[in-house]
Design a protein around this ligand. Structure first.
Ligand SMILES: [Mg+2]
Length: 264
């Protein structure tokens, strides 16, 4: 059962000797926009995150479905860990890692982008986000009928590649994600990061996210704290908060608690 986040859990986050905050971006840190390109990263959240990151024993990773370069630009902070394309590309310090299967799929994704752009000429209100290692088809602005038509057309066009295990499809909030067929997701990225930074060390891992693609990441922090933004009956997160505003509030409480703690 998912419960509303309790003060006991917030205390755990404040008092943990090492805190690793892993955060989804859109819908979690930034409000969802009617058009993804119009989304705005709240200034206040940026300043809180920057201050948490600068504390000793606190580390922040933003793990997003956006492409790596896009999420870094959107969040606009240095010194954080970023994972783009649901973890297929990770920038941690000076090191940049790309999933080998994603690299191999680069050409196919390019071809699919071309095909989808052709389809979208008939659906001017839909948008294609070309993320190199993945494609997001945004259809928030379409009527229900038109959206169904579009999804049918896209699924038909992509079907042969899905069958051949070269592409996988996942639905998010008014977005259809086409990804290389690799056994890798936000949960794998979480495990990869935990191993890289905290192997053999005591750490409290926390993951906060708002969408289907975050569910695997919730499972990957089973020893820590998983928080879903927005109430959902179908989540495996232990806790929920109401909105991205509540996430900002939570981050502010973590910041002041850990600041006080580090002052001793
Ligand atoms: Mg999200």
């Amino acid at each position: 059962m998912t419960r509303r986040l309790t003060s006991k859990q917030i205390r755990r986050m404040i008092e943990a000797p090492n805190l690793f905050l892993m955060l989804d971006c859109d819908g979690t840190l930034a409000p969802l926009a009617r058009h993804y390109e119009k989304a705005v990263f709240p200034k206040r959240t940026r300043s809180i995150l920057g201050r948490i990151q600068s504390l000793p024993d606190s580390n922040i990773a933003i793990i997003s479905g956006r492409e790596l370069a896009g999420i870094r630009k959107f969040a606009g902070m240095r010194g954080l860990i970023y994972a783009g394309n649901h973890g297929l590309e990770i920038k941690a310090g000076a090191e940049k890692w790309i999933h080998p299967g994603a690299k191999r799929a680069l050409r196919l994704m390019k071809q699919l982008a071309f095909v989808l752009r052709g389809l979208l000429e008939y659906f001017p209100k839909a948008g294609l986000e070309d993320k190199r290692f993945g494609l997001s088809l945004h259809y928030r602005l379409l009527s229900r009928d038109r959206a169904e038509m579009l999804l049918f057309a896209v699924r038909s066009a992509v079907q042969p590649f899905v069958k051949a295990h070269r592409v996988s499809i996942q639905k998010g909030k008014k977005v259809l994600e086409l990804r290389p067929y690799v056994n890798w997701n936000k949960g794998s990225a979480v495990r990869w990061l935990l191993k890289k930074y905290y192997r053999g060390k005591e750490v409290l891992p926390v993951f906060i996210g708002d969408d289907e693609t975050d569910e695997k990441a919730f499972r990957a922090v089973a020893r820590g704290i998983s928080i879903r933004v927005g109430r959902s009956a179908e989540t495996c997160a232990d806790f929920f908060v109401g909105s991205h505003r509540e996430v900002q509030n939570l981050l502010r409480r973590i910041l002041s608690g850990r600041e006080a703690r580090s002052r001793g």
